[in-house]
Each structure stands twice: as structure tokens, then as C-alpha cells.
Design a protein around this ligand. Structure first.
Ligand code: AMP
Ligand code: MG
Length: 500
């Protein structure tokens, strides 16, 4: 080992000081219920984000300790923790669903990371809460591995998201469509407050509590709103901007959330509550990743407008604080513009253009039409586009091979090259820029499925391997070429649903 290799600190994790009382617990008692997690029986480590552990000053070696695993599976609750489940409501599939709440997620407390960022530490799947309704409070191994991997993959793609520290599993069974073993994801975010947290107080006509929540959110997450005449209006406008930008980022990598109910929408514009999500493979703008969503409310194409619908639901809830319908509408009015601005910026990068040009929209729209008509793989197409030459057709084949109508693509590529040559774009510089924005490795369903099947047989090596690959989605990683491959035939029939 060279003298400059950074050493991982193996200082013992002090379980008694790791967690601080959650800031969320400063809200009045009506906002949550204190409770103890229900320990996962005989737990073991399934997956670990070393990056996230180190960010929390925990050496990966510490995860061999039974007390650390106990902390992360609910059997050891330190005195400094204040486990609680919070209440919220929401619109599910466009219909008011009334009270929901943390039915299986328990907030243990807050941790401070290396950047002095305060993060809520939640155990998802740690047993029933007063908000479990008919649920068992558990999460199955399959969906927990998916949430764990995707949280970290999205972070590596540069998309705002809750993070995941680890997955712990158990041989304890619960019933879904079939018996499945259970797991806990330890997940982290500055806040898990949702649009539905506000809707809860609005629909219960408790405007004092609504104000308390808005003041709490402004104080801790949007303090700049206090510098304006109407801080609540500014709060809504700020959440609208973050949501619009998040939607543009999802669309730009082909991420589909699957259940964009208002209770799954973060007030910080983070991707949260991973369930039946998917990444676009064979491009189809109408693709529905959630088998339960038969109408396609949350299809790829619909995500940006659903983001707007959800913001209107939030606006309705904030109306008593903002004061007037006009001011509420004004706060929401910029959504389409914010989305389009961010989308245009991301698209420009995806196509490798340096400065905007008036023909860009038509040209890039036409590429999406080609993707749609050919059902070409979204990720591989942009990656292959990153490699075509500025002046010659020499490197076109990898891209052409993804399309059925090669002639149509060739014609488009001529226009593309004309466009590239409008600016003095050096090919190797453009390739590098495009590779840094068009990922090679995404969490394809079949990759997750392979890791899950091995884990169900107690082989967790594939989870670690896949995570390591997904942590560097833009790198070539030639030794892992197979992980960038098109899905095998069996994977075309993989279905994911709300049941998790
Ligand atoms: P989701 O769409 O998965 O975010 O969940 C919607 C609501 O159902 C939330 O209130 C969850 O806490 C609750 N929920 C989902 N699965 C379970 C479960 N197994 N046990 C208890 N509550 C659950
Ligand atoms: Mg949820």
C-alpha cells in the first residue's frame, strides 16, 4: 500500500452518540407517534453502501458487529434515538386516500455526515406503526434490494434522491403474492416530509398545524423564503422549481418512479419511496413500469404533468396560508417553464451541443421519434450517439445496430453532423462531455433480478458488484461490459407492482 492511500478509519462506532434526537420530533405530538421498532429476527447484512457509511464516519468493518446490525434492524435502540412514525395523507392515483403515514418506516433519529449535513435515519420495514392500516409493517427482500441499489445509482447519476446506507435481511417470512423473506433498508434524507404531509392538515381543517409544518419546513430547508412578502407562496414556488427540475432529470435518464402519489413526493425535490420503478430500455414514451398502474397514469410520458398535478394538490393544501387563489396559482405558474428550461439544458448536454441553436428542438425531437419508432434502447442509444464522429460515418455502426430503420437514422445523423459543425466542437472533447452525461450503466430490471435471486440464496456478492458498477455509471468499465447489455429475453416479461 502506498503511503498516500487514504486509510479508512476503523474507530469504533459509538452507537450511543451516532444518533441525535430527530429535529422532526420538535414538531407537536400530533405529527407523529413515538414507538419502538419490531426487531427483525436473526438479522444479517445483505448490502452496504461503503460510500454512505464513510460519509457517516462508519468504517465498513463496523458492520460485522452485532450491535451495529441490531441498531439497523430495530433490536438495539440507543438512548439518544427517538424512534417515531409520522402521519401524512395523500392522493393515490388521483383520488383522495385520506390518512396514510409511515406504515413501515420508523425514523430513528438524525445523523450528521461528513459535510455537516443533518440526515434523518429511517428504518424501512421495521414493523407495524399506528399508520400501517392493514399492512404488516414489513418490506420484502426483493423490493428492499431494489430500493437500496436504485437510491445509490440515482445519486451516482447526479439526481436528487434519498440515500441508502444498507439492507439487512432475515429468514422471517411474510406473505405477498407468495411467501417472501423480509428486510430493512436503512435510508437517509435531510427530510422525508411529503406533499401529503401538508395535505393531511389541510383536509383535516387544522390550519394551525398546517402553519406549524410550513414554518418548520421554511426554517430548516427554505430559510430564504422568509425574506419575501409571502413566505408560504415562495415556499410553494421553490418546491415547484425543484420538482420541475427533478422531473426533467428523471426524463433525461429514462427513470420512471411508478407510484407518483402525493404521499411519495418529497418537499425537497428528492426521489423518494422507491417501489415499482424502472429505467426505460426499448424506448416507448407510453411505457408503464408499474404493473398495477393499468391506466398508465404514471407512464414515462406523463411524469412531468403528474409532477404539476401533484404541485396543484400541494398548492390547494397551502392555500389557507398563502391567502388567495391568485397568489397560489402565481406560485405554480412557472412549472412548465422551469421544466422546459431544465430539460433543454439536459438535452443540450445529452446531444453534446455547447450553445443553444434554434434548430435544436426539431432535431432532438426527431431523434426521440426515431427512438420511439424503432423501440431502440434509450441508454445505449445516447451512449452510442456520444461516440459518432463529427465529420464521418466511421463510428456510426454501434448506434445503427440499435435501430431497425437504419436509413432513417442515417439521414438524421447527417443533420446531426451539420448541427455539430455549426460550432467548433472538437470530436474527442464532445465524446468526453457526452459520456459524462449519458450513462453506460443503469439499474436494469434484469440486473436487479439477478442480484435478488442470488441474495435469496444467501449469496450477496452480486449486490456489492452491481452497486460498485452503478456507482460509476459514466465510466467505460470494459471489464463489466456485460452489465451494459440489452436485457435478455426472459427479462422482457419481468413485472414489478405496488406489492412490496
Ligand atoms: P407506498 O406507495 O409504498 O409508498 O405506500 C403507501 C402507503 O402504504 C404508506 O402509508 C406506506 O407506509 C403504507 N404501506 C405500504 N406497505 C406497507 C406494509 N407492508 N405495512 C404497512 N404499511 C405499508
Ligand atoms: Mg410511500
Amino acid at each position: 500500500m502506498s503511503a498516500t492511500t487514504p486509510l479508512i478509519s476503523d474507530d469504533a462506532l459509538d452507537i450511543d452518540t451516532f444518533l441525535k434526537t430527530s429535529r422532526f420530533a420538535a414538531l407537536p405530538p400530533a405529527f407523529y407517534t413515538y414507538l419502538q421498532p419490531t426487531p427483525l429476527p436473526s438479522p444479517y447484512l445483505v448490502g452496504l453502501s461503503v460510500a454512505q457509511a464513510e460519509a457517516l464516519h462508519i468504517s465498513p468493518m463496523q458492520f460485522d458487529r452485532s450491535d451495529v446490525i441490531g441498531l439497523l434492524t430495530g433490536s438495539l435502540v440507543p438512548a439518544t434515538a427517538s424512534p417515531l412514525a409520522s402521519v401524512y395523507s395523500g392522493h393515490q392515483f388521483g383520488v383522495w386516500a385520506g390518512q396514510l403515514g409511515d406504515g413501515r418506516a420508523i425514523l430513528l433519529g438524525d445523523a450528521i455526515d461528513k459535510n455537516q449535513q443533518r440526515l434523518e435515519v429511517q428504518l424501512k420495514g421495521a414493523g407495524p406503526t399506528p399508520y400501517s392500516r392493514s399492512g404488516d409493517g414489513r418490506a420484502i427482500l426483493r423490493s428492499s434490494i431494489r430500493e437500496f441499489l436504485c437510491s445509490e445509482a440515482m445519486h451516482a447519476l447526479g439526481i436528487p434522491t434519498s440515500r441508502a446506507l444498507c439492507v439487512t435481511g432475515s429468514d422471517h417470512y411474510v406473505f405477498r403474492e407468495a411467501p417472501e423473506t423480509t428486510a430493512v433498508v436503512t435510508r437517509l434524507a435531510p427530510s422525508f416530509i411529503r406533499f401529503g404531509s401538508f395535505e393531511h392538515w389541510y383536509y383535516n381543517r387544522r390550519h394551525e398545524d398546517l402553519k406549524t409544518l410550513a414554518d418548520f419546513v421554511i426554517e430548516h430547508y427554505y430559510p430564504e423564503c422568509n425574506d419575501t412578502d409571502n413566505p408560504y407562496q415562495q415556499l410553494l414556488a421553490a418546491i415547484s422549481l425543484r420538482t420541475a427540475e427533478l422531473m426533467a432529470q428523471w426524463q433525461s435518464v429514462g427513470f420512471m418512479h411508478g407510484v407518483m402519489n402525493t404521499d411519495n413526493m418529497s418537499i425537497l425535490g428528492l426521489t423518494i419511496d422507491y417501489g415499482p420503478f424502472g429505467f426505460m430500455e426499448a424506448f416507448d414514451e407510453n411505457h408503464i413500469c408499474n404493473h398495477t398502474d393499468q391506466q398508465g397514469r404514471y407512464s414515462y410520458r406523463n411524469q412531468p404533468s403528474v409532477g404539476n398535478w401533484n404541485l396543484h394538490a400541494l398548492g390547494q393544501a397551502l392555500l389557507p396560508l398563502i391567502g388567495s387563489v391568485e397568489d397560489t396559482q402565481a406560485a405554480l405558474a412557472n412549472y412548465a417553464k422551469s421544466f422546459t428550461t431544465k430539460w433543454a439544458e439536459l438535452i443540450r448536454k445529452k446531444f453534446g451541443f455547447i450553445t443553444p441553436h434554434e434548430t435544436d428542438k426539431a432535431l432532438t425531437d426527431d431523434f426521440f421519434t426515431l427512438l420511439q419508432n424503432n423501440h431502440a434502447d434509450f441508454t445505449l442509444s445516447f451512449r452510442a450517439l456520444s461516440a459518432v464522429d463529427n465529420h464521418s460515418t466511421t463510428n456510426d455502426n454501434a448506434l445503427l445496430d440499435l435501430f431497425i430503420d437504419r436509413e432513417a437514422l442515417k439521414a438524421w445523423l447527417e443533420r446531426y453532423r451539420e448541427r455539430l459543425n455549426l460550432e467548433s466542437s472538437d470530436a474527442s472533447d464532445r465524446h468526453a462531455r457526452m459520456r459524462a452525461t449519458n450513462p453506460k450503466y443503469i439499474l436494469r430490471n434484469y440486473l436487479a433480478q439477478n442480484a435478488i435471486e442470488k441474495a435469496q440464496n444467501k449469496d450477496f456478492s452480486e449486490i456489492a458488484k452491481l452497486l460498485a458498477i452503478l456507482e460509476k455509471p459514466f465510466d467505460e468499465q470494459p471489464e463489466h461490459e456485460a452489465y451494459a447489455a440489452l436485457p435478455p429475453d426472459w427479462a422482457k416479461h419481468l413485472e414489478v407492482s405496488c406489492s412490496s
